[in-house]
Write a protein that binds this ligand. Structure first.
Ligand SMILES: Nc1ncnc2c1ncn2[C@@H]1O[C@H](COP(=O)(O)OP(=O)(O)OP(=O)(O)O)[C@@H](O)[C@H]1O
Ligand SMILES: [Mg+2]
Length: 528
């Protein structure tokens, strides 16, 4: 159990009654959903049997989230119908879907951070006791009961904001189950989880299945699919293109998803590193709670090499990259790029100094949802060629945006589409397209392929290697060992705010795993 601040309540007896609920069969028939001229779902048929884990696979923008939003009553289908145990349903909103037994575990931020677990679970379907008081005790008991059923270690009175992401996700699960959800939808739940949390979620899904719950599971990680799926449906460009068996290979699944064969290993020659371009010395970062989240970190990145920063989420990587970009207020130590100190520069000046940055949280730091694709592509670049004599050069911008949309395969109606309307993966591509088309002296990418489909990962990895080969120093922060191993020339492993060691790019994964748990490279078996 990873819940650092989630303490178990008093022991609760195992709930009475049958363990196995009656399952429910879900059928989507001919679901069509259009947004203007764009057909996001084109006559999609999907059947999920009671008590099965059904994986929905498809490239970025294929229409997976849209289909699930239709199922959850957030969108109305233009055509088609939803059946539960053979009966046609009409969902005017999520309330109807919930009442019919559909639950959705949102990726994040659907909970209210300053409320407790029990309050969040109660929210939206408040049970009132006689006299009109909210039944918080009832909600607490419900949380304990469901938590006990699945072996979660959750304190009903813990504040949600104090819980790690993985535990917050369990609160979402409890919330859905407290409304007797019989079909649970997980839309990319593992994108933000640590490997351990992911394994635990897989266990939870198996437990749900054993108790009769049907699950629709969306992920881009093929390993996870093969691990838990009973059946797999693949959609592409809004249409079902096929079903696959969980025994299918990664390569088979990948080519079914993107409609071509995908090179799952990065084509990367040896690095030809030059001088140390970025030099970081004794960097310390204090967080708002006065914790030393980056503790005396020193490293160099040479021109033309990729330094990967590996580690379990939350070991200071985020704060480290933010410090490099001037986004952390309380920083000591030195950061020099090409001999020039960067400490104290504003983020704006950092960008002007030629630093490309892909932030970990694109919604918060990377994009303006209400702006169009074109506008987002020119953020922080309000100078030539886009602005001349104080006037925005619309044609230049349009040409540039069209080119980037093609090059990065950003799926949208057009460059005038608001970024908030794009699928998750396509939003990420907008950030990458913008940052990789600056004139760069340093490229820092945090979780660059989070949420991307396998085809897009191949493309982005290739672009990152090309950036290196153009002689630019590159830092890739990733919690995905696959990504670290694929890209790194050298690997720095972070643990509790420090770098436990910097090792060659071909260091075996088990050694990296030990280092990620805090072991020194020499005892973990690495050649430093
Ligand atoms: N509210 C909306 N308005 C306009 N277009 C939308 C809206 N929601 C989704 N779309 C479009 O519908 C298409 C399907 O998007 P969807 O989010 O369903 O993709 P997805 O399969 O979930 O992709 P990803 O793997 O990137 O999350 C995309 O082209 C997207 O831009
Ligand atoms: Mg999606």
């Amino acid at each position: 159990m990873t819940g650092g601040s989630a303490h178990a309540g008093p022991p609760v007896p195992f709930p009475a009654g049958p363990d196995r609920l009656d399952g429910m069969k879900l059928e989507l028939r001919g679901i069509t959903k259009r947004f203007g001229s764009l057909v996001a779902n084109d006559h999609i048929d999907l059947t999920v049997e009671a008590g099965e884990i059904h994986c929905l696979l498809g490239e970025n923008g294929a229409g997976k989230s849209t289909l699930m939003n239709v199922l959850y009553g957030l969108y109305q289908a233009d055509e088609g119908e939803i059946l539960l145990d053979g009966a046609v349903q009409r969902f005017a909103g999520p309330g109807d879907a919930m009442n019919a037994g559909i639950g959705m575990v949102h990726q994040h931020f659907m909970l209210i951070p300053v409320f407790t677990v029990a309050e969040n679970v109660m929210l939206g379907h408040e049970q009132t006791k006689l006299g009109g008081r909210l039944d918080l005790d009832g909600a607490r008991a419900k949380v304990r009961e469901i938590a006990a059923r699945f072996g979660f270690d959750i304190d009903p009175d813990a504040l949600v904001e104090d819980l790690p992401v993985g535990v917050q996700q369990r609160v979402e699960i409890i919330k859905a189950l407290s409304r007797d959800a019989k079909v649970l939808v997980f839309d990319e739940p593992t994108a933000v989880l640590t490997p351990q949390e992911t394994d635990e979620l897989m266990e939870i899904m198996r437990g749900l299945k054993a108790s009769g719950t049907s699950i629709v599971f969306i992920t881009h990680k093929l390993r996870e699919v093969r691990e838990v799926a009973d059946r797999i449906t693949v959609i592409r460009l809004g249409k079902v293109v096929g079903e696959a068996e969980p025994t299918a290979t990664n390569a088979e699944l990948a080519s079914l998803m993107v409609g071509r064969s995908v090179d799952l290993t990065v084509d990367k020659g040896p690095a030809k590193p030059g001088e140390a371009a970025l030099v970081v010395e004794h960097l310390r970062v204090l967080d708002p709670r006065n914790q030393l989240v980056v503790n005396d970190v020193s490293f160099e990145v040479r021109a033309g090499e990729i330094l990967a920063i590996a580690g379990v989420q939350g070991n200071g990587q985020t704060e480290l990259t933010e410090a490099l970009l001037g986004l952390q207020p309380r920083v000591t130590g030195d950061i020099r790029l090409d001999g020039r100190s960067l400490v104290g520069l504003s983020p704006r000046r950092m960008l002007d100094a030629g630093i490309g940055f892909v932030p970990e949280d694109r919604k918060e730091d990377g994009l303006v949802a209400e702006f169009t694709i074109a506008e987002n592509l020119m953020l922080d670049r309000e100078d030539e060629p886009f602005v001349k004599y104080g006037t925005l050069q619309l044609n230049t911008l349009a040409e540039f945006a069209e080119e980037k949309v093609r090059e990065f395969d950003i799926r949208a109606q057009g460059i005038g589409t608001h970024v908030g309307r794009l699928s998750g993966g396509n939003q990420q591509k907008v950030v990458l397209a913008r940052e990789l088309s600056r004139e760069l002296r340093l490229f820092v990418a945090a979780q660059p392929t989070r949420g991307l489909d396998v085809g897009s990962i191949e493309f982005v990895h290739t672009r990152i290697v090309q950036t290196r080969d153009a002689g630019i120093p590159v830092i890739v922060v990733s919690t995905e060992l696959d990504e670290v191993v694929a890209l790194a020339d050298r690997i720095a492993v972070m643990y509790r705010g420090t770098i436990v060691g910097i090792v060659p790019g071909d260091t075996p994964r088990d050694v990296l795993g030990l280092m990620m748990a805090g072991e020194h490279p020499s005892t973990a078996g690495a050649t430093a």
